[in-house]
Ligand binder design. Structure first.
Ligand code: NAP
Length: 171
């Protein structure tokens, strides 16, 4: 069995890491689809697809997960009915989709693909929105993401990028 987990991973955090381990309990392989791959440098989507690929692959390595996954950036398309075939054209074949996004669940469900929402662990702390806010407000955030994600964010000067984006959004 091969499962597809789709998310924006802005940034990848410990909740995502937990979900991947859960999905791998019932699948031999996991495909991790990086959604909205074309969007970066916005307050909601600060990191590029390439940076998110680094976050995910280095975090999996840190967790001892070394070979049974594929990380595929998936750009959005301007037509929801074409999104599922678009996703299929970019990914290895899969038996089941894992997502917390209502539209994702509907689009796959309508074409008969099994969809499940995996429970997120400690949702108050492990949320992309909360972590982006904490980074912006100089509140503690490094304990909510794998060490590898801290390294990637530091490598790309992610903290100052978010702060600059906040300034330009207010301007
Ligand atoms: P999202 O709508 O950006 O995020 C959904 C929310 O669900 C986020 O707050 C996320 O938290 C949360 N979440 C993620 N996994 C969860 C889980 N297991 N349980 C509870 N909540 C969970 O969507 P997304 O799910 O991250 O990504 C979907 C991607 O599909 C997007 O990039 C979207 O653009 C793409 N898409 C594109 C089209 C199209 O191009 N036409 C159509 C459908 C979907 P975190 O922020 O903490 O991750």
């Amino acid at each position: 069995m091969r499962g597809l987990l789709i998310g924006r991973f802005q940034p990848f955090h410990n909740g995502h890491s937990y979900v991947i381990r859960e999905v791998l309990k019932e699948n031999e392989e996991i495909i991790i689809g990086i959604g909205s791959a074309q969007i970066s440098h916005t307050l909601e989507n600060p990191f590029t697809a390439g940076e998110r690929v680094m976050m995910v692959s280095k975090s999996l390595y840190e967790n001892g997960i070394k070979k049974n996954y594929y990380i595929i950036p998936i750009p959005d398309v301007n037509n929801n009915s074409l999104w599922v075939p678009h996703v299929r054209s970019l990914t290895p074949p899969f038996n089941k989709v894992y997502s917390g996004n209502t539209l994702v669940k509907r689009l796959f469900g309508e074409v008969g693909v099994k969809v499940e929402t995996p429970p997120m662990y400690n949702r108050e702390e492990y949320s992309g929105t909360m972590i982006r806010k904490r980074i912006l407000n100089d509140e503690p955030w490094v304990d909510f993401v794998p060490r590898a994600v801290v390294d990637v964010i530091n490598e790309v000067s992610g903290v100052s990028r978010l702060k600059d984006l906040a300034k330009s959004d207010r301007a």
